[in-house]
Design a protein around this ligand. Structure first.
Ligand SMILES: Cc1cc2nc3c(=O)[nH]c(=O)nc-3n(C[C@H](O)[C@H](O)[C@H](O)COP(=O)(O)OP(=O)(O)OC[C@H]3O[C@@H](n4cnc5c(N)ncnc54)[C@H](O)[C@@H]3O)c2cc1C
Length: 279
């Protein structure tokens, strides 16, 4: 049960959503956009947030779109992880979605909610960080299209009242060589110790990582080392694992150094499989 009253709006257009946001904000109700609701409801129940109004985006046609054209795949922000999985249009994102929570929750959690949520893992960001993805955002200043990595710095940096409308993945990335692995402490369904997505463009490896540090990241420095074939796999994986942009987390399933060690082994396996033609 949510132990307080709030206003629930379900607009059918973007303008109605923004009008509702402005109205609720002007009344001091601290509104939030609502997608799958899995995080909002949990946080409301725990008393960690207390919005006076929620604006459900699931009736807005642009947010529900899932379309492919010759240039890109366009995914509406309220598409669920399961819809993305079943569409089979971008296999790397399909693999990432398939390792978040269980099937029941995947039918509820949305791509926009996973990117904008406060849970630090945001694993759907990994394929987007390495595929030159773009976002369409909508807010008080109108609509803007922006490179994903310009607005996602480990977490989404949205303007007040702004929402994620769609995610666009260029067509080259949909069929590119790719790899995904998620390591958890015990269970298949768990938060990641290390979650890694890899994609190759023009024979060059790109990687993005979650679970290891306080937010997901992509590192040019790490990629430069991993792509330096003059070095052995042992040296590349060890040097890359030493280049974390932040300290590894040490408060959950293992010490920071253990998580770094798992990461180093993960990189070694990736290089081995790549160089043995298994990927
Ligand atoms: C059992 C379980 C296991 C999980 N395991 C993992 C895991 O291993 N890895 C992982 O990454 N995550 C995991 N999660 C977290 C889950 O991904 C989040 O709960 C999810 O990200 C929330 O998505 P939602 O669509 O329900 O968002 P909501 O709860 O609706 O919203 C979450 C936040 O995002 C904002 N928001 C939503 N949509 C938009 C939008 N279009 N524009 C702007 N803001 C928006 C909301 O205002 C809110 O602040 C797990 C969750 C559950 C329930």
């Amino acid at each position: 049960m949510i132990p307080f009253d709030f206003i629930y709006c379900r607009p059918s257009t973007l303008k109605e959503a923004l009008d509702a946001y402005r109205q609720l904000q002007s009344e001091g109700k601290n509104p939030v956009y609502y997608a799958g609701g899995s995080e909002i409801i949990t946080l409301c129940r725990a008393g960690e947030i207390r919005p006076g109004g929620v604006i459900d985006l699931k009736n807005i046609p642009e947010c529900k779109a899932l379309a492919l054209d010759e240039r890109a795949l366009h995914i509406g922000s309220v598409c669920t992880l399961n819809q993305i999985k079943e569409s089979k249009l971008f296999n790397l994102l399909r693999l990432a979605c398939g390792r978040i929570a269980d099937h029941t929750n995947q039918c509820r959690i949305t791509l926009g909610g996973n990117l904008c949520g406060s849970i630090i893992y945001r694993e759907t960001s990994l394929p987007l960080l390495i595929s030159e993805a773009e976002l369409t955002l909508f807010g008080p200043e109108g609509e803007r299209r922006i490179a994903f990595d310009k607005v996602f710095k480990g977490r989404m940096e949205l303007q007040p009242g702004e929402l994620v409308l769609q995610i666009h993945i260029p067509s080259w990335a949909l069929k590119a060589r790719h790899y995904h692995v998620k390591k958890t402490q015990n269970e298949k369904i768990d938060y990641p110790l290390v979650s890694l997505a890899a994609l190759w463009k023009e024979n060059r490896l790109r990687i993005a990582v979650s679970g290891l540090c306080s937010h997901p990241f992509r590192s040019d420095q790490m990629e430069a080392v991993l792509n330096n074939r003059a070095l052995s796999r042992d040296v590349r994986s060890k040097e890359a694992a030493a280049m974390l942009p932040l300290s590894p987390l040490s408060d959950r399933a293992g010490s920071g150094e253990y998580c770094r060690f798992v990461f180093q082994n993960t990189l070694h396996t990736l290089l081995e499989e790549m160089e043995n033609g298994k990927i």
